[in-house]
Design a binder for this molecule. Structure first.
Ligand SMILES: [Zn+2]
Length: 78
C-alpha cells in the first residue's frame, strides 16, 4: 500500500489517497475530484477537467500517467 496526495496528482488539496498500484490511486483521485466538484468545490474543477481530458485523449495524457507511475514506484511501501 502506498500513499499519494491530491496535490501530487494535479489537484489543489493535500488529501491523501491510498492504493496498491498507481492505477488504484488514480482511480481514487478521479473519484475524489468527482465528489468535490459534485459538492460545489470550485478549486477542484480544473483538475477534474484535466482528468476527464486524459480519458478522452489517452495519448496526450500518457506523459502525466507515466509521471504518476514513476512517482508511485519511488514511494516507500507502507
Ligand atoms: Zn483534492
Amino acid at each position: 500500500m502506498k500513499t499519494m496526495t491530491c496535490h501530487q496528482l494535479g489537484g489543489p488539496c493535500d488529501l491523501t489517497l491510498h492504493g496498491q498500484s498507481a492505477d488504484e490511486v488514480i482511480k481514487a483521485q478521479d473519484r475524489h475530484l468527482r465528489d468535490m466538484v459534485a459538492e460545489g468545490d470550485d478549486a477542484h474543477v480544473p483538475a477534474r477537467e484535466e482528468m476527464k481530458g486524459r480519458w478522452k485523449h489517452p495519448i496526450a495524457g500518457m506523459g502525466w500517467y507515466r509521471d504518476v507511475k514513476r512517482t508511485f514506484a519511488a514511494l516507500p511501501e507502507e
